[in-house]
Design a protein around this ligand. Structure first.
Ligand code: RIB
Ligand code: CA
Length: 316
């Protein structure tokens, strides 16, 4: 039987408890070849998101993973962080430790450009699950990489679900709207996981219990992370558990049949004071604007958590 080629992926991340779940899902999945983690400022400042990314690799028993640090803040405009949701460390829940694995010296946007030019064209997927600054800087540095990208599978934006950091904007887009505009207009195939779908994957007590039954270092830390993370989100949204945003991108790569959506035009509002950072999704096709993204709005949430639990249990 011919073995299916692994999916080569670069995860661009701002850990964040939900980022940690995404990274663990990826590292526990044999279908993926994680070429590197590129880190961006987002939930917390860059020094902390960088430390957190290294920590998650160590908790996952994957000291081989290359981690690159990138943009300290947005391309323009003020820096926005989300300690209110993720805690001061950005990874509140488990004991925080200084990781033993070393950061790679190369600047993250340079690693993205170099990898896309060196790997066979259209064989590398970018999975941005934080503000899009690193990806936009890479595209600005060398616009031709857009034709080398297989696809961009990103968490960000919202339509029927509106926003979570302002009434109309989701955090990853709001944190750097100019970067989002560059990414959504670069021409590479985009799969978008907006709040419309991520609000359907809630970290309920039963699902956290499932993860707790695994009993490896990664799951033990993840359970503490998600218990902390759920507290804030349950209070805010009144649900049992919080939306586990970021791993939806990795789950889609592994099993797209868990999801449903449709191709739409997506534009980014960058000018309005009131709605800056909102994703204007032409879901009802009332314009002739190009359909630049597959926008996902449905998910088999039980299947998603079964996949997450099964793959985290693969970690040593
Ligand atoms: O709005 C949710 C997104 O913002 C997630 O990626 C979360 O980690 C934060 O970065
Ligand atoms: Ca994130």
């Amino acid at each position: 039987m011919i073995e299916k080629e692994k999916i080569k992926v670069i995860i661009d991340t701002d850990p964040g408890q939900d980022d940690a779940a995404a990274i663990m899902l990826a590292l526990g999945s044999p279908e993926l070849d994680v070429l590197g983690l590129t880190v961006v400022a987002g939930n917390v400042p860059l020094n902390l998101t960088t430390r957190n990314a290294l920590m998650v690799c160590e908790l996952s028993g994957r000291l081989d993973i290359k981690v690159f640090s990138g943009a300290k803040g947005p391309m323009t405009g003020p820096q926005v962080t989300a300690e209110h949701a993720h805690g001061k460390s950005g990874l509140d829940g488990p004991d925080i430790f200084e990781p033993s694995i070393q950061l790679e010296p190369q600047y993250a946007p340079d690693f993205i450009v170099e990898t896309l030019l060196n790997e066979r064209s259209k064989t590398v997927t970018l999975c941005p699950i934080g503000p899009l600054t690193n990806v936009a800087l890479a595209l600005e540095k060398n616009p031709t990489i857009a034709t080398h990208i297989d696809k961009i599978v990103l968490m960000g934006g919202g339509y029927f679900a509106q926003g979570n950091i302002t009434p109309s904007a989701e955090f990853n887009i709001f944190a750097d709207p100019e970067a989002a505009k560059i990414v959504f207009s670069c021409g590479a195939p985009i799969v978008m996981m907006p709040l419309d779908v991520t609000h359907k994957v809630l970290t309920t007590r039963a699902r956290i219990q499932q993860l707790a039954s695994i009993g490896n270092p990664a799951s033990e830390a993840l359970v503490k992370m998600l218990t902390f993370y759920s507290r804030y989100n349950s209070k805010k949204f009144g649900n049992d558990g919080g939306p586990l945003h970021d791993p939806t991108t990795i789950a889609w790569l592994i099993n797209p049949d868990l999801f449903k959506g449709k191709k739409c035009n997506v534009e980014i509002e960058i000018k309005s004071d009131l709605t800056r950072g909102s994703t204007v999704i032409d879901w009802w096709e009332v314009t002739n604007r190009p359909k630049n993204a597959l926008v996902i709005n449905e998910v088999d949430s039980d299947g998603f958590f079964e996949l997450l639990t099964e793959r985290v249990s693969n970690l040593k």
